[in-house]
Design a protein around this ligand. Sequence first.
Ligand code: SAM
Length: 320
Amino acid sequence: MKDRFGREINYLRLSVTPECNLRCRYCRPEEEEGIRCGALLTEDEMITAVSAAAELGITKLRITGGEPLLYKNILSLCNRISAVPGIVETAITTNGTNLAALAKPLYRAGVRRVNISLDTLDPGKYADMTGGGDIRRVLDGIGAALDAGFKTVKLNAVLIGGFNDDEIRALAEITKKMPLDVRFIELMPMAGNRVFSEDAYIPADTVLAALPELEPWKAGTEENRSTARLYRLPGAYGRVGLISPVSADFCAFCSRLRLTADGMVKPCLHSPAEYCLKGLDKDGMTEVFWKAVQEKPLRRGALSPKANNTQPRPMNRIGG
Ligand code: SAM
């Protein structure tokens, strides 16, 4: 389906739970009371919503959260989503802490791509940023994902000045040791993460300065026309991606809608606009998706550490 500006909207991010077993400082605020979150969608409502979206032209579905692997029926849900007519690709974004045991079952349930969040290789820094997370569980999860046969395994690292800018090389060089992509994502100012100083918001181009040997990967081709600018270290198996939502938005290529765990369709990550489909039947949900697509803004609003963020939800209540 096309939006008002001719963009093809074919990608839905579905948050299956706002709960998480980590408390990353840039994602999940200390104090969650009072933050909007209504009654959650049931599994059947999620399937009805995905079916409605697929009939409108959504073909790619990413399951996220909160932490999606905490959702109690995650395997049944993935199975059912992958079976929805029109859904050609089911992916998941996870912190990886519960992935070791679930990687193969997820693959069997139809998931074909997995993104794993990992911002540092230092166990102490990891525990500090995530509120007590154990990096060994994530590393085991990455190993299991590589063994499970997914089409792609990607590591997502949020770039944070003064925290992991000294680890850019170490993180990128994982692509020389393992067949996976490493993507550096600019820290986005979101509700609840105002604890960072302005120096924490560094542009993704910092990676290019730190790794001058990076070679553009298929520049100018359709394969490299996405949210990530792709590069490769000489001799590496995987690619290094730069995702710059703050310094250079990719709104012109945006193909996404988001559905929060409490049933709000969001046309844009950085806009407060959201449309409720909780409790509706399939026709009602179709109408809500259509309205959200028609209301998709041409460009996100101002986004900088200095600009006010008009998005009232923190990331864990939206779904990244
Ligand atoms: N729990 C899962 C995980 O950790 O991947 C999925 C949900 S999490 C909200 C999805 C992604 O959003 C993660 O890769 C996380 O790093 C990213 N994220 C959260 N807050 C962010 C922020 N303020 N700026 C940039 N990325 C952010």
